[in-house]
Write a protein that binds this ligand. Structure first.
Ligand SMILES: Cc1cc2nc3c(=O)[nH]c(=O)nc-3n(C[C@H](O)[C@H](O)[C@H](O)COP(=O)(O)OP(=O)(O)OC[C@H]3O[C@@H](n4cnc5c(N)ncnc54)[C@H](O)[C@@H]3O)c2cc1C
Length: 409
C-alpha cells in the first residue's frame, strides 16, 4: 500500500509513474472524490486509463512492453517479475478468449520474457544466486472453461475428464518452464534456485481443494530434485497450517519438493462462508508469520521438503521478519526465498527492503494483457490504494508526489 512515510521511494520512480501516482492522489483526496472516480472508472475510455495510471500497475499489453517493464524495474534494483496474463473468467465460467490462446501466450511469456530477462540479470550480477527467479502465474479459473465447476467437483467422476484437461493445460506451461530451467542450468550450473518457475494462484476457498490437488499433481511431476512449480496457500484459512503439514508429509513420502507462495488471502469480502477464515486479522497475521518461519526452518533442515518460498505480502512486519530469519540462513536457503509485492503497490516497502536491508530477493507481480481485461484489475488496485491513501488523507501523499516532481526540474 502507498504509505506516507519513507517517501524517498518516489524518487526511484520514472516521471510518468510519478504523474500516475499524482492522479491516484487526486482521485483519493476525499471519500466522495474516490467514490466518484470508482463509479466513473468503468466508463473511462481506455486511452485515458492507459495515459494516466495503466503503467503504474500493469506491465503492458504485449510481450515487448513487458520486457521493457522488466528493464524499468531492474533500474530500480528489482531484478525479476511474477508475470500474470490477465485474461480470466472472473466467475470461473467461460474465459473471454480461447484457453489454447491463453496457454500459448503464457508459454511465450516464459520463453520470450522471463527466461531471457533472468539470463540478462544473471549476466550482469556479481553473484548468480542473488537474482530471483522469474515466475509465471497460473490462474486455475483462467485455464479451462467451466473451471469453477470442475475445481469444486474435482473428486466426482463426472468431472474427472475436465480436471485432466485443466491439468494437461497447466502441464503444457510447466513443461516450457522445465525446459528453460534445463537450458539455463547448463549455462549456469552453480545456480541453486530455479531460473523460472510456474506459480499456481489460489482462488476462493470452495475451489481450493481442487487447486491443492492440481498443484500437488504438478509438484509430483515437475519438482523431482528441483523446483519448477510453486503452489499457493492462503494463510487466512483456518485449515492452512494443516494443509501445509499434510502436503509436507505427502511430499516427503513420495520424494518430491514443495514450492510455496504464502499469501494472507484476497477473497475475505467475497467468501460465502466467512467461518473458514480466521475471526481476526491478528490471528491471520500470526498464522502467516508462523507459516513463513516453519517453511524457512524446513528449507534449512537436513532433509528439506520445501525447496522454494515466495513471501507474497505487502505487510511490512511480515517482510521484515522473513528478512531477519534469512540473515541466519545458509546461502542455498537465502537464494530460494523471495519477497513479492504487486506492481504499483507497497513500493515504499519494496524500496525499504532493498535499500535499508540490502534485500536482492525482491520481485514484483506484473499483470499484463489486453487493456480491456486489465481494466477490472486496475479498478481493484485503485480501490485498495484508495483505502490506504484515504485513511491518511490524500493531501500529504499528493504533496510528496508534487515535491518529488519539482526535485526533477
Ligand atoms: C505477489 C502476490 C501474489 C498474490 N497472489 C495471491 C493469490 O494467488 N491468491 C490470493 O488469494 N491472494 C493473493 N495475493 C493477495 C494476498 O492474499 C493479500 O490479499 C494481499 O497481499 C494483502 O495482504 P498482505 O499480506 O499484503 O497484508 P495486510 O495488508 O497486512 O493484510 C490484509 C489481509 O489480511 C487478511 N485479513 C484482513 N482482515 C481480516 C480479518 N478481520 N480476519 C482475518 N483476516 C483478515 C486478509 O487476507 C487481507 O487481505 C497475492 C499478493 C501478492 C503480493
Amino acid at each position: 500500500m502507498l504509505k506516507l512515510k519513507a517517501l524517498s521511494y518516489l524518487d526511484s520512480l520514472t516521471t510518468p509513474e510519478l504523474l500516475g501516482y499524482g492522479v491516484i492522489g487526486l482521485a483519493t483526496l476525499t471519500r466522495s472524490t474516490l467514490n466518484l472516480v470508482i463509479s466513473a472508472f468503468p466508463y473511462a475510455p481506455l486511452w485515458l486509463v492507459k495515459a494516466l495510471i495503466y503503467r503504474n500497475y500493469c506491465g503492458g499489453d504485449n510481450l515487448a512492453q513487458v520486457l521493457q517493464t522488466g528493464d524499468r524495474l531492474a533500474q530500480r534494483g528489482i531484478q525479476n517479475m511474477m508475470l500474470s496474463l490477465t485474461i480470466e473468467a472472473c466467475d470461473g465460467a467461460q474465459t473471454s478468449v480461447p484457453v489454447s490462446q491463453i496457454v500459448a501466450q503464457t508459454q511465450q511469456s516464459v520463453s520470450q520474457v522471463l527466461a531471457p530477462h533472468t539470463a540478462k540479470m544473471i549476466s550482469h550480477a556479481t553473484d548468480i544466486n542473488c537474482v530471483p527467479p522469474g515466475y509465471v502465474a497460473l490462474k486455475p479459473t483462467g485455464l479451462i472453461d467451466g473451471a469453477a465447476e470442475i475445481l469444486r467437483n474435482h473428486s466426482n467422476a463426472a468431472y474427472e475428464a475436465g480436471y485432466q484437461q485443466l491439468l494437461s493445460n497447466c502441464r503444457d506451461i510447466c513443461r516450457v518452464v522445465a525446459q528453460e530451467n534445463e537450458k539455463l542450468a547448463k549455462q549456469y550450473p552453480a545456480r541453486t534456485a530455479p531460473f523460472v518457475a510456474a506459480v499456481v494462484d489460489a482462488e476462493r476457498s470452495d475451489l481450493q481443494h481442487g487447486v491443492y490437488r492440481l498443484q500437488r499433481d504438478l509438484f509430483r511431476e515437475f519438482n523431482r530434485g528441483k523446483v519448477n512449480v510453486v503452489g499457493t496457500v492462503q494463510m487466512y484459512l483456518q485449515e492452512s497450517s494443516r494443509i501445509l503439514a499434510e502436503e509436507k508429509e505427502l511430499a516427503s513420502k513420495d520424494g518430491y519438493l514443495l514450492g510455496w507462495k504464502l499469501v494472507r488471502g484476497a477473497y475475505i469480502h467475497s467468501e460465502p462462508d466467512r467461518t473458514v477464515i480466521f475471526a481476526t486479522k491478528q490471528e491471520t497475521d500470526q498464522n502467516y508469520d508462523a507459516g513463513i518461519a516453519a517453511s524457512i526452518a524446513d528449507m534449512g533442515s537436513e532433509k528439506p521438503t520445501v525447496g522454494h518460498l515466495v513471501v507474497a505480502s505487502h505487510n511490512r512486519e511480515s517482510q521484515l521478519k522473513a528478512t531477519q530469519l534469512l540473515q541466519g540462513a545458509d546461502a542455498r536457503v537465502r537464494a530460494n526465498v523471495v519477497l513479492g509485492q504487486l506492481l504499483g503497490m507497497a513500493d515504499n516497502i519494496t524500496f525499504e527492503l532493498m535499500n535499508k536491508y540490502d534485500a536482492k530477493n525482491v520481485i514484483k507481480y506484473v499483470p499484463w494483457g489486453p487493456p480491456k481485461e486489465t481494466k477490472e484489475y486496475l479498478l481493484r488496485r485503485l480501490e485498495e490504494n484508495g483505502d490506504a491513501v484515504r485513511s491518511d488523507n490524500g493531501w500529504p501523499f499528493l504533496k510528496q508526489v508534487v515535491k518529488a516532481l519539482f526535485r526533477r526540474l
